[in-house]
Design a protein around this ligand. Structure first.
Ligand code: KG4
Ligand code: ZN
Length: 333
């Protein structure tokens, strides 16, 4: 089954063709970083307008890279939420209309379930049940994944998402947007032990997160040290180490609590080198197998959406989505 995936929940317009939920025939991502960079964050209306401009070329490119004509597609899978409503509507309405025009099935996909499916696009992939930690700009969620469509959320952040904390700390240090990559590049030259920032573990037995206190601690440090520019690398390294320690600890704890041998780290923050290395070492120590998407599949993409949609589409018992279905900004349906 060849599925066209479409993703437009935030600041990436993406389209991909994936065969049988696992083989990526093409994956195109048009980033809007240049559009939002001057504002220090995503401007929702500009994102929607840019999606409108990009959606047709991106879909055309995904088809041509896969050497397919539109009428060779079997279905369309498109992100339905969560995300920016105006941004979601562009991809969602396009996806529905495209499928309707071709008279093929379509399915609305949850963006977060999509991220979890990024680990099924490469082999080996995890066995069920496994623990997945999604760390992105909008979410920090721990999941107990029982099947492709039966996914239990064990915990989430009470305030800032991990990626959001990276973005906000980058802004404090005057490093621009998006912050994850710049902070981790800067942190390479810093000493993670030099400045002791707090580790927000909350209740060590719970699976919830909170990063706003850590962000405030960095802000206090910056405000009270006039010469912070000289220490920017140490601040970045200390902050990054705190996030990495907390994410690694909670992941290991969830694996132990749910007796899972397989764990997966997904989402934009999964591209972080220190996090990948530390979690790999921690998993090895615990006898666990960690699954990491390659860097290109950590951030938002449409291949993961097509992969997730495949498992809904191939279930004969599942009713088709209604053509008047709407997007959702938060939560699920
Ligand atoms: O998954 P994603 O592309 O979009 C959302 O669904 O949010 O994640 C984007 C987030 C941003 O906050 C970005 O700063 C963060 O992922 N990020 C990183 C790195 N690369 C991207 N955070 C830490 N280290 C990185 N190398
Ligand atoms: Zn995402």
């Amino acid at each position: 089954m060849k599925i066209l995936g479409i993703e437009s929940s935030c600041d990436e317009t993406a389209a991909a063709v994936v065969e049988d939920g696992v083989r990526v025939l093409s994956s195109i991502v048009a980033s809007q970083i240049a559009v939002h960079h001057p504002y220090g964050g995503v401007v929702p209306e500009l994102a929607s307008r840019k999606h409108i401009e990009n959606i047709m070329p991106v879909v055309r490119q995904a088809l041509s890279r896969a050497s397919l004509e539109a009428d060779q597609l079997d279905a369309v899978a498109v992100t339905r939420g969560p995300g920016l409503v105006g941004a979601l509507l562009v991809g969602f309405c396009f996806g529905k209309a495209f499928a309707y025009g071709l008279d093929i099935p379509w399915v609305g996909v949850d963006h977060l379930e999509g991220h979890i499916h990024s680990v099924f696009l490469e082999s080996p992939s995890p066995d069920f049940p496994f623990i997945a930690l999604l760390a992105s700009g909008g979410h920090t969620n721990l999941y107990y994944v029982k099947s492709h469509t039966d996914i239990e959320c064990l915990g989430q952040t009470f305030d800032d998402a991990a990626g959001e904390a990276f973005d906000k700390v980058a802004k404090m240090l005057g490093l621009g947007y998006p912050g994850g990559k710049v902070i981790s590049d800067l942190a390479k030259a810093g000493d993670p032990e030099k400045i002791a920032f707090p580790r927000p573990y909350l209740d060590k037995n719970a699976f919830d997160f909170s990063f706003s206190g850590l962000k405030s601690a960095v802000n206090r440090y910056v405000q009270t040290h006039g010469d912070f520019e000289d220490q920017a690398a140490d601040i970045a390294a200390g902050f990054e180490q705190s996030v990495v320690d907390v994410l690694s600890f909670k992941m290991m704890h969830a694996a132990k609590a749910r007796k899972c041998r397989h764990i997966a780290l997904v989402g934009g923050v999964a591209a972080n080198r220190r996090l990948r290395d530390q979690m790999t070492a921690a998993a090895r120590k615990q006898g666990l197998t960690l699954f990491l998407p390659s860097i290109g599949l950590c951030g938002d993409n449409a291949a993961m959406i097509a992969a997730s949609g495949y498992y809904y589409l191939k279930d004969p018992a599942r009713p088709a989505d209604a053509l008047n279905a709407d997007v959702y900004s938060r939560g699920k349906r």
